[in-house]
Ligand binder design. Structure first.
Ligand code: PRP
Length: 207
């Protein structure tokens, strides 16, 4: 049987994903405190690789990984040619436009400045709205941008809403819902259909 490779997003989301495999034939054999980036299950039918979220979709699109576990925020931002086959139903949050209360999202003949970690996604959301925008790409702490006058609004993920609230910001518009997803390479899905279906079923039952 062919060994399948599953790319896992480093961090909380990936760790929770690995938990879904626990006590199944796909359970990962971890070595504590190891800096290794490739691990297997006991019978070596699966390679698990650990990469940055945005690289999960790249590995899967290129077929180097057959499957991946990653947040839908990354899938929407990266817009890669892959199948999204299963909602793993954890890591739930949503994309929103946020800013100060009463901030208008329509500014006639003026540029609306939007700070975000997700520039391609923001572009796709606003491209048909007829509103001129400037996208300001930041690496984190996005809520700071309106407070410091760097942007008027932000597009970011909101989970509990605490970060917005603590910084005096509000949701101005709700966008896409987000959660962890199982993604699959299109060619691999055809050639390894049975095995991938089996993994999908295991995850579907345990999510
Ligand atoms: C994310 C997101 C928000 C916050 C939302 O940031 O960018 O800032 O979580 O969560 P909440 O609605 O529960 O408050 P993250 O913690 O990933 O750090 P970052 O600001 O460095 O991106």
């Amino acid at each position: 049987m062919e060994t399948l490779t599953i790319a896992i997003a480093k961090g909380r989301l990936g760790k929770k994903g690995l938990k879904l495999f626990e006590e199944t034939e796909y359970a990962i054999e971890m070595e504590e405190d190891s800096r290794k980036l490739i691990f297997n299950n006991a019978n070596k039918t699966i390679n698990f690789i650990f990469v940055k979220p945005c690289d999960v979709v790249t590995y899967v699109e290129k077929g180097v990984a057959d499957m991946g576990i990653v947040g839908r925020d990354t899938i929407l931002e990266e817009n890669k040619d892959i199948y999204e086959v299963l909602d793993l139903k954890y890591g739930k949050c949503k994309f929103v436009v946020a800013g100060f209360e009463n901030q208008d999202l329509v500014k006639k003949n003026e540029v609306l400045k939007i700070a975000t970690k997700y520039p391609s996604y923001v572009y796709s959301i606003f491209e048909d709205r007829g509103q001129k925008i400037e996208i300001i790409k930041l690496g984190g702490a996005i809520e700071l941008a309106p407070l410091m006058g760097l942007s008027e609004v932000i597009v970011d993920i909101v989970e509990t809403g605490t970060t917005l609230k603590d910084n005096g910001l509000v949701v101005l518009e709700e966008l896409d819902p987000i959660s962890a997803r199982l993604i699959v390479n299109k060619v691999s899905y055809r050639f390894n259909y049975e095995e991938i279906q089996k993994i999908e079923k295991v995850l579907g039952e345990r999510r």
